[in-house]
Ligand binder design. Structure first.
Ligand SMILES: NC(=O)C1=CN([C@@H]2O[C@H](COP(=O)(O)OP(=O)(O)OC[C@H]3O[C@@H](n4cnc5c(N)ncnc54)[C@H](OP(=O)(O)O)[C@@H]3O)[C@@H](O)[C@H]2O)C=CC1
Ligand SMILES: CC(=O)N[C@@H](CCC(=O)OP(=O)(O)O)C(=O)O
Length: 345
């Protein structure tokens, strides 16, 4: 049994962590922070957790967090980077759901996140926790940077093509759509039902902060600099991301082997499902599940590979992947607490 703390327990990813950890047999949650709701019983704010947690939200307090074996940060960017050094010195392990430790180039980080990075030494040591790529490094990591939601869906979908050098790496396209929970729980007019319902729009087309993260991951997979166009869209649903990915095959005669390549690449991955060629994975098939489902397509006489990749942004795109990382770090079965299939309808 390990003792776990959550900093930022009132946000969407924080409560998703609680939902998953409520039934995790190896975890006791000993501390859940919120500055605005300190003193409120967790189950009063989230009745779905009644009977599971007899805890109140508390102010973030390093002396309490230092008594944990692992702390999850489910906070806005810029918070974890300031609190992590003290926890690292105390030997606590951390999974950070924010972007503070995801990018290795800290000039790029500062450019996208609008502040200088304050703990470059930990940014360098952090492991970018996409288990399907760096499982062995995660096992021994003290600090894991949990990947972003869009970057998870996009990287998993492109990985086999880039690792095998089958496509032109300079002309990748990721056309991604997300539900509104991706923007978090803090009130914003643009996220009101009346604003996003019955509507659908692209945003960040000239550049989104996930672009450098996607570029970093895909460059690692390809072994050389990639060129990627990434455009996110906001769709009127709550959970889910669908990323439609496009890449140009260098040798179109290789098309027939791609399905087998994808199936083989993810054969031993418990949380990646390669569907039959030509399928259309739906976000509802992963809603609430720590799962990425994907399928390959080809249009007639085209040498463009199309991959459709879906995840739940709050689960494989955030809290579920964070628990998957925790399981790997502590030597628990990787699927522990994460076995539940998606909610339908
Ligand atoms: N939503 C999503 O789909 C995904 C989110 N993420 C990332 O995960 C992180 C959390 O996201 P999400 O749950 O959506 O965010 P929310 O805005 O819903 O919640 C943020 C939480 O952090 C706490 N918090 C805010 N400021 C501070 C601070 N200075 N110190 C300590 N606690 C603070 C808030 O509580 P209080 O203010 O009361 O302390 C709240 O509990 C973000 O970095 C986000 O980018 C990553 C992948 C997907
Ligand atoms: C729909 C929506 O607004 N999505 C968020 C991205 C999700 C997120 O939380 O970003 P991180 O993974 O970097 O933490 C956005 O575009 O800013």
């Amino acid at each position: 049994m390990i003792k776990v703390g959550i900093v930022g327990g009132t946000g969407y990813t924080g409560v998703e962590l609680l939902r998953i950890l409520a039934v995790h047999p190896e975890v006791t949650v000993s501390c859940i922070t919120s500055r605005s709701e300190a003193g409120m019983p967790v189950a009063d704010m989230y009745p779905n957790l009644r009977g599971h947690f007899d805890l109140e939200f508390s102010e973030p307090d390093a002396s309490v967090l230092k008594a944990c074996d692992l702390v999850f940060f489910a906070t806005p960017h810029g918070v974890a980077m300031r609190m992590v050094p003290e926890l690292m010195d105390a030997g606590v392990r951390v999974v950070d759901l924010s972007a503070d430790f995801r990018l290795k180039d800290l000039d790029v980080w500062a450019q996208w996140y609008g502040m200088p990075h304050e703990t470059p030494e930990w940014a360098e040591k952090a492991v970018y926790g996409l288990p399907e790529v760096v499982r062995d490094e995660i096992r021994s990591a003290q600090l894991v940077a949990n990947p972003g939601c869009y970057p998870t869906a996009v990287q998993l979908g492109f990985l086999p093509l880039l690792e095998q050098g089958l496509v032109d790496p300079s002309r990748l396209i990721a056309d991604a759509k997300s539900g509104a929970s991706g923007a978090g729980r803090q009130g914003k007019i643009g996220m009101l039902h009346g604003e996003i319902g019955e509507s659908f729009k692209a945003y960040g087309a000239s550049g989104h902060r996930h672009l450098p993260e996607i570029r970093q991951g895909l460059t690692g997979a390809a072994g050389s600099q990639v060129g990627v166009t990434f455009v996110p869209h906001l769709i009127p649903m709550i959970r889910g991301i669908e990323a439609t990915l496009y890449a140009e095959l260098k040798d179109p005669s290789g098309f027939d082997r791609l399905q087998a390549l994808y199936e083989e690449r993810f054969r031993n991955e418990p949380f990646v499902d390669v569907m039959p060629f030509g399928s259309h994975p739906e976000t509802r098939s992963v809603r609430g599940a720590n799962q990425c489902r994907m399928a390959l397509h080809r249009q007639e006489d085209s040498n463009i590979v199309i991959v459709s990749s879906v995840i739940d942004n709050l689960v494989k795109g955030a809290a579920g992947q964070a628990v998957q990382n925790m399981n790997i770090m502590f030597g628990f079965r990787e699927t522990m607490g994460l076995e539940a299939p998606a909610l339908l309808p």
